[in-house]
Design a protein around this ligand. Structure first.
Ligand code: UDP
Length: 346
């Protein structure tokens, strides 16, 4: 994990590079972005309603002069006093189980929240980047997925609340760009992992590592042949930073193209953790994408960006983080599978 915040704080121009609003500040990606912008010498205003975020992720920033925090739900009117140079909209539930638990909030933060923040960006003449997602491609029919692919999304399936909110988010962001001239950027984020992921959010990496640490069997959904491509968080943050500072308003994929099946991934976690537990197979959740891998040609060409951290390195750092969590966090399991949430089939 980056420790530069602590190490370099004495030499910072303390907020002199401008004022940045980061929504979802207490979440996994938001907290890493807060750190990065503080390190770069910006004044960071974090905002989060703490539904899925955790103040523990940003507690170390509170003592800094160039960091402040608002506990606020951005799907309601947002106001920030003073000038703003950049807005990073990263507030949203990000796990398929969260979409089932809090579907309406998921829709609202991507749609109403984005609208409010675009209004704020217009008012303050700030540049805004939105956190879009590989989910705009749905269960893709082309692999890898380039930005030109329009996707294959089920609007009324369990993931629809997230996918369609994010697709609307892209549409309204583009409209504010073309109609109101707001400077906007759109990053399509593929599966990302690293320290500060929520151990119990139901996503595959925290699920497997949590199970290994608690001495439980590892749950593979379906036959495990579906693929994902996992990007380490520091690489992702670098890509986002470069995109925000670029002049490119169309969507850009940021992710690691190193594709792996979920079965292979499970084997890697078993090896990493040294667990003696076995793999158990559970039903594949509805609309679970069969393949996912970013085409990062645009990021390479426009941002001169590509991931630097390979999975072995990234997983080691992430495993150390999960091992360091207090026992009560490790034992707190919110959900084991999707069955209790899938009330209706479509
Ligand atoms: N998955 C799994 N076991 C788990 C959790 C997830 O096999 O305990 C699978 C899930 O079905 C999907 C993949 O791992 O195919 C990635 O799931 P995740 O929830 O992390 O995010 P997604 O990429 O589907 O949004």
């Amino acid at each position: 994990m980056r420790n530069k915040v602590k190490d370099s704080i004495g030499n910072l121009p303390l907020g002199g590079r401008g004022r940045v609003l980061i929504t979802g500040a207490a979440g996994f990606l938001g907290s890493h972005l807060c750190e990065r912008f503080v390190e770069e010498g910006f004044h960071v205003i974090g905002m989060d309603n703490l539904i899925t975020g955790d103040l523990a992720n940003i507690e170390h920033l509170f003592k800094l002069e160039n960091f402040e925090f608002y506990n606020h739900d951005v799907s309601k009117f947002v106001h920030v006093p003073g000038k703003l140079d950049y807005i990073l909209h990263f507030a949203s539930p990000a796990s398929p189980i969260d979409y089932l638990k809090i579907p309406i909030q998921t829709l609202k933060v991507g749609s109403l929240g984005t609208h409010n923040l675009l209004g704020l960006a217009r008012n303050k003449r700030a540049r805004m980047i939105i956190a879009s997602t590989s989910e705009v491609y749905g269960d893709p029919n082309v692999n890898p997925q380039p930005e030109e692919y329009w996707g294959n999304v089920n609007p009324v399936g369990p993931r629809g609340v997230y996918d369609e909110a994010k697709r609307f988010q892209e549409a309204i962001t583009m409209a504010y760009h073309t109609f109101h001239g707001v400077e906007t950027r759109i990053v399509r984020i593929f599966n990302t992992y690293g320290p500060r992921m929520r151990l119990n959010d139901g996503r595959v990496l925290p699920a497997f590592i949590g199970q290994a640490l608690r001495g439980e069997d590892l749950t593979v959904f379906g036959d495990g042949s579906q693929t994902r491509s996992f990007c380490y968080v520091d690489d992702l943050v670098e890509g986002i930073y470069r995109l925000l500072m670029s002049d490119y308003p169309s969507p850009v994929n940021i992710g690691n193209p190193d594709e792996i099946t979920i079965s292979q991934f499970c084997e890697e976690i078993i090896k990493l953790t040294g667990t003696n537990q076995k793999i158990v197979y559970m039903p594949l959740p509805q609309d679970d994408p069969k393949q996912r891998r970013p085409d990062i040609t645009k990021a390479r060409e426009i941002l001169k960006w590509e991931p630097k951290v390979n999975r072995a390195e990234g997983l080691k750092i992430t495993y150390e983080y999960f091992k360091s969590l207090p026992k009560d966090k490790l034992e707190k399991i919110e959900h084991k599978d999707f069955t209790s949430y899938n009330k209706y089939e479509f």
